[in-house]
Design a protein around this ligand. Structure first.
Ligand SMILES: [Zn+2]
Ligand SMILES: [Zn+2]
Length: 451
């Protein structure tokens, strides 16, 4: 079956974006262009000033701004069904659009768990009414995420699941995972793994190291993740199965992933903006926004992740956007649930902390923020004539304080809260539709992107 995403219908964009510096590494574009969008597709690219808008089209002067292919996030939690007080398809995809994402893939650890075709059906139906950007869905590997009995993977694939994951939990039993990998080969899709050994994580609440020792907090050692990555990479290779490793956080896991890739295993890995830019040092504040799983690790691990992002050992960036309500997070650090939101800050955080700091090239960042599509066999967004308009326009000179304006997400547990970041998303086109435009654009008037 052809992998599919789902979103609510809207009017296809008719828009001329003038003078934007178009940066699409895959199309080998890195210079100012006009982009004419008609009926939701890129109709024409031309040198600045060369294109004019047909009568029905709005015009956006993007001189001095950048245009990238829309970002794709292969790992978000939209909390639907069941925890809509934290997020729902409307608010979660509004956050995605505000962050420049033109597609996201939602995890199945909802309430109920997406472990049954009927639940997936109703979710897809809801996405068709509420999602502002296209959403794809994973189903769970085991029923109820209990780690005991496999779901009907073939049926779930037929119902539209892009792949399978028990994210939030590891698949502890190697025997059960091996069976799941055998079914994956038959059913297709990808098995995505949250790697940790519960016996090693114990009741840890942060990285096991100097900071956890100083505060007397129970720690989660890197070994908890890396031993499982090594085990499951070996299983993937043995079964020739398609496995994706979620939110890799430490250097040892990267070694295991690199070795597996070298040996020809069909494995991929993702890294999150928080692990790429922060370390366990910030946990000294005991702010529960810095509590996530896997935890923030050391500078050594952070640097290894950035290096792996550059070399391709890490294939793509994923936010692991994990909304929690205020009353859940505003409790003592040890009791708070794990997770940070990330859709609205991913690009700016990585642009500010990695690109401006000279650790990563802008083109590489854009490439890795769009590479999530290919993981699941989806078309990678491109700015080229004939392609559907999946475009993010950003102002790389503009700074903003995270959280100073309202979040589009229903939750506010962002680990970059109150930080000043550079690189502001102004406009997001997703599947040919205007999914987000910054307030300043509408104020600047021109009814510009209204269409
Ligand atoms: Zn996870
Ligand atoms: Zn997750």
């Amino acid at each position: 079956m052809i992998p599919r995403l789902y979103h609510r219908p809207a009017t296809p964009a008719e828009l001329l974006v003038t003078g934007a510096h178009v940066l699409d590494p895959r199309a080998d574009l890195d210079e100012p262009h006009d982009i004419l969008i008609r009926h939701g597709h890129v109709a024409e690219l031309g040198s600045p000033g060369s294109l004019s808008a047909p009568g029905s089209a709005g015009v956006l002067d993007a001189t001095g701004k950048h245009a990238f292919p829309g970002f794709v996030d292969p790992h978000v939690h939209l909390r639907t069904p069941g925890q809509e007080y934290e997020e729902d398809l409307d608010s979660g995809t509004a956050a995605a659009a505000a962050g420049g994402f033109c597609a996201v893939i939602a995890m199945p650890n909802t309430s109920p768990v997406v472990d049954d075709p009927a639940i997936l059906d109703s979710l897809i139906e809801r996405a068709g009414r509420q999602a502002r950007v296209p959403v794809g869905f994973l189903a769970s590997i085991t029923r109820g995420l209990q780690g005991e009995e496999l779901t009907e993977m073939a049926e779930l694939r037929d119902a539209g699941a892009l792949g399978f994951t028990d994210d939030g939990k590891p698949v502890v039993s190697a025997g059960l995972l091996r069976k799941a990998l055998q079914y994956q080969r038959l059913a297709g899709g990808v098995v995505a793994l949250h790697e940790e050994d519960p016996a090693l994580s114990g009741d840890g609440v942060m990285h096991e190291g100097a900071v956890s020792a100083r505060f007397g907090l129970a720690g989660i050692p890197p070994l908890s993740e890396s031993t499982m990555v090594a085990r499951d990479a070996a299983l993937a290779r043995y079964e020739d199965a398609r496995v994706h490793f979620l939110h890799i956080s430490c250097a040892e896991s990267l070694d295991a992933l690199a070795q597996a890739k070298q040996a020809g295993a069909r494995v991929t890995g993702e890294a999150c903006p928080h692990h790429l830019t922060l370390t366990d040092d910030v946990v000294r504040s005991l702010d529960s926004r810095f509590k996530m799983n896997p935890p923030l690790r050391t500078e050594h691990d952070r640097r290894a992740l950035v290096q792996a992002l550059r070399s391709g050992v890490i294939d793509c960036i994923a936010t692991d956007h994990a909304p929690h309500a205020r009353h859940e997070k505003e409790v003592p650090f040890e009791q708070a649930p794990m997770g940070t939101t990330g859709l609205e800050t991913a690009f700016a955080a990585l642009f500010t902390e990695l690109v401006l700091a000279g650790e990563l090239e802008l083109g590489r960042l854009v490439e890795r923020m769009t590479a999530g599509a290919a993981l699941y066999g989806l078309a990678t967004p491109r700015i080229a004539p004939g392609e559907p308009a999946n475009i993010c326009v950003a102002d790389l000179e503009a700074s903003f304080e995270v959280g100073a304006e309202r979040y589009a997400s229903r939750s506010q547990n962002c680990c970059f809260h109150r930080r000043t970041l550079r690189g502001r998303v102004l406009l997001t086109l997703a599947a040919g539709q205007v999914a987000f435009r910054a307030r300043m654009l509408t104020e600047a008037g021109a009814g510009a992107v209204a269409r």
